[in-house]
Design a binder for this molecule. Structure first.
Ligand SMILES: [Zn+2]
Length: 57
């Protein structure tokens, strides 16, 4: 069973450089929500890309 709305699964995308930043990365860095690549502070919340190691075809 998978939990769809798990907070740790939240991913943000930097509106400036387009980098994806996970909630975990943001938490680890502290200092609020910031792009880990360019430090831009405006990130939008996106659905995490579904990364599976198994081919789902
Ligand atoms: Zn950025």
């Amino acid at each position: 069973m998978e939990v769809d709305e798990e907070p740790k699964g939240i991913v943000y995308q930097c509106v400036r450089c387009g980098a994806y930043v996970t909630y975990e990365e943001i938490e680890l860095r502290g200092g609020g929500i910031k792009c880990t690549r360019c430090n831009y502070r405006v990130l939008k919340k996106v659905r995490p890309p579904i990364v599976k190691h198994l081919k789902a075809e």
